[in-house]
Design a protein around this ligand. Structure first.
Ligand SMILES: [Zn+2]
Length: 111
């Protein structure tokens, strides 16, 4: 079986599909990535997770080294590991974060 379209050199174990499903279930299908927002606070991504990330890249496929991730976070981390900068993803996440703060500042119950 060829891993076409993949540049990853990680050797995934034979039970990877089962392992991946276990990680997603454990993490509630929610992205576990944590980013620092513009106020300097750490904030969990929280988007629906469709992928599984190796916290420390390599051959450690233990549950402790795996976490659920959404496509954007996973891709951003992978692109950084590959040496390029995922600027578009960061810009998009900043906009989404701003929108969230605007909503909380204009609480409709106070009007
Ligand atoms: Zn995410």
């Amino acid at each position: 079986m060829a891993w076409e379209g993949s540049t990853r050199r990680e050797r995934l174990p034979k039970n990877w599909p089962a392992l991946r499903a276990r990680v997603l279930k454990r993490d509630g299908y929610v992205c576990q990535f944590v980013w620092r927002n513009e106020r300097g606070r750490m904030e969990q991504c929280g988007k629906p997770a469709t992928e599984v990330d190796h916290i420390r890249p390599g051959d450690d496929h233990s549950m402790e080294n795996l976490r659920a991730a959404c496509h954007a976070c996973h891709q951003y981390k992978s692109s950084r590991e590959g040496g390029s900068v995922g600027g578009q993803v960061v810009a998009r996440m900043r906009r989404e974060t701003n929108g969230r703060f605007r909503r909380t500042e204009q609480h409709p119950g106070l009007l």
